[in-house]
Ligand binder design. Sequence first.
Ligand SMILES: NC(=O)c1ccc[n+]([C@@H]2O[C@H](COP(=O)([O-])OP(=O)(O)OC[C@H]3O[C@@H](n4cnc5c(N)ncnc54)[C@H](OP(=O)(O)O)[C@@H]3O)[C@@H](O)[C@H]2O)c1
Length: 305
Amino acid sequence: MARILITGASGLLGLNFVQETMTSHEIIAVDRGKLVNAPFRILTSDLLAPGAVDAALDSIRPDWLVNCAALADLDTCEDNPELAQRLNADLPAQFAKACKARGVALVHISTDAVFDGRAIAFYTEESVPNPLSVYARTKLEGEQAVLAGNPDAIVARVNFYGWSLSGRRSLSEFFFNNLSGRKYMTGFTDVRFCPMLVNDTARMLVKMLEKGLHGLYHVVGPQAMSKYQFGVEIARRFGFRESEIAPKSINTSSLIAKRSNNLCLSINKLCTDLDDVPPEFSTGLNEFYAQFQQGYPQKIRSYAQ
Ligand SMILES: NC(=O)c1ccc[n+]([C@@H]2O[C@H](COP(=O)([O-])OP(=O)(O)OC[C@H]3O[C@@H](n4cnc5c(N)ncnc54)[C@H](OP(=O)(O)O)[C@@H]3O)[C@@H](O)[C@H]2O)c1
């Protein structure tokens, strides 16, 4: 049983990572005050406060640190480039050095958005990034700082969906909320990605830590699809009407930050080094639906009430 310090525990990945590991490991979750009713240990901390990183590591003395804290909304990053820099680049650099000094195994979470999307094929870990937005630029800077400061760390470029604390954080919740409310929605037909159920992302990260991997890895689902197709798959699985999703081009959207059209990442390196393959998209979607039937969204939201 490892002692794991998880940052960003109120976030989509952090909270689901805690769910996946809280019975098998000793979990300490960093939170800024949202998780008032959580059934796991909380360390209340604003990680940008002076000395917060060293204080967290020295008080908890974890075996593993999983850094899910970020400014992860692309448009918010465009409006707050300094905060994006501090959270997405400077903070991971601090974690890298602090973990290296203490012998703590670090997983830092990055993103598929570091690429410009112009490639026709899937991007590998060898592909050259070309960030299009403040978010992508600061995330790339963060992953480079982590690997330079701590070559033993894992940097995982991810893309995931699932149930969140707010009920509005993920693309899957966007489609679910609009489909169940019979509201008009659009789905981009010209943005392709490799979605993975966030619980599977957490399980893959634990396997990577257990196997002692280090370096840069793509940790996404094995199947590529458009965001429109993703919405259609959710509609079909939940029995909603897929015709209520209007296909649309991202070129006609009013989003602020520039987005890549191709977010498809190769997971060959991950599968080879882990000697394992992530679950099929349909397996993850079935679990997402089963979680809904079993009251999982209400359960995790009760932690904030
Ligand atoms: N969502 C996706 O599909 C996706 C795709 C690719 C990559 N990623 C990456 O995956 C990681 C997790 O993303 P996510 O979607 O789970 O993010 P999220 O839901 O926006 O959560 C971000 C977390 O960071 C915490 N945080 C922000 N500022 C903090 C501070 N000063 N001190 C302590 N904690 C702070 C937030 O706490 P508060 O709740 O208190 O603000 C929240 O728990 C990020 O690195 C992101 O770039 C996400």
